[in-house]
Design a protein around this ligand. Structure first.
Ligand SMILES: CC(C)(COP(=O)(O)OP(=O)(O)OC[C@H]1O[C@@H](n2cnc3c(N)ncnc32)[C@H](O)[C@@H]1OP(=O)(O)O)[C@@H](O)C(=O)NCCC(=O)NCCS
Length: 191
């Protein structure tokens, strides 16, 4: 893989460093908690399932645009990850530069309830709009995932859509649908 071009982001309490294969064991432990997976897969993930996801979390294409995944730390303790996943070529101008990205985050249960998720999300939005120059950032979750919706709202995203989808293996609460939140650069920087 080429040189990492995602910068380390530092906030009052957090150090967000580019996710690498060095963090693999931490990801295995994170996803082995069924509470962390409640609105994602609905059960703990096996080690092999987590390992299978690692390559797509380290895609060099995202890194080339200073986007991708960050591992978050506070006082030397691993908290979880945050990400900005660039949208595909269909959404990109001719030079291949992405104009929008999806925001995501997943924290260890013992890191919930401290405002870390929101603090990290704000750091990624600052990076997305001020440094990368994206036009729009969006995020999605299950409507019943109130914790995640709270993070989106506190970080400055606004609810734009609720959509009920059909799933092969639906999770409890699926009938409330998925929610999409968005923020664009002008309103983020202006607000
Ligand atoms: C979704 C998730 C990131 C939310 O984490 P969280 O810790 O609840 O989120 P926040 O960072 O907003 O912190 C929430 C609480 O910390 C508390 N808090 C404590 N100290 C704080 C501080 N210094 N600053 C701010 N908030 C603080 C607040 O009470 C706040 O809750 P409130 O705003 O409702 O009052 C977490 O539940 C998670 O990782 N879940 C598993 C993965 C997942 O579902 N991801 C999203 C899928 S799309």
């Amino acid at each position: 893989m080429g040189r990492l071009s995602r910068p380390t982001l530092v906030t009052e309490r957090l150090r967000l460093e580019p996710l690498t294969t060095d963090h693999t064991e931490l990801l295995v432990e994170l996803d082995s908690d069924p509470a962390v997976q409640r609105f994602l897969r609905g059960r703990a993930l096996a080690r092999e399932e987590v390992l299978a996801q690692v390559p797509r979390r380290l895609r060099p294409e995202a890194d080339a645009h200073r986007l991708g995944y960050w591992a978050g730390w506070a006082d030397g303790a691993f908290l979880g990850w945050w990400c900005l996943i660039p949208d595909g070529p269909g959404d990109a101008p001719d030079d291949g530069r992405p104009v929008s990205a999806e925001l995501g985050y997943r924290l260890r249960r013992d890191a919930w309830g401290h405002g870390y998720a929101t603090e990290g999300a704000r750091a990624l939005l600052d990076h997305a709009f001020r440094t990368v120059g994206l036009d729009r950032v969006w995020a999605e979750t299950m409507a019943v995932n109130t914790g995640s919706r709270g993070v989106m709202t506190k970080a400055g995203l606004r609810h734009v859509l609720t959509e009920v989808r059909q799933w092969d293996d639906p999770l409890p609460g699926w009938e409330e649908g998925e929610v999409r939140y968005e923020v664009d650069r002008a309103s983020y920087l202006g607000g």
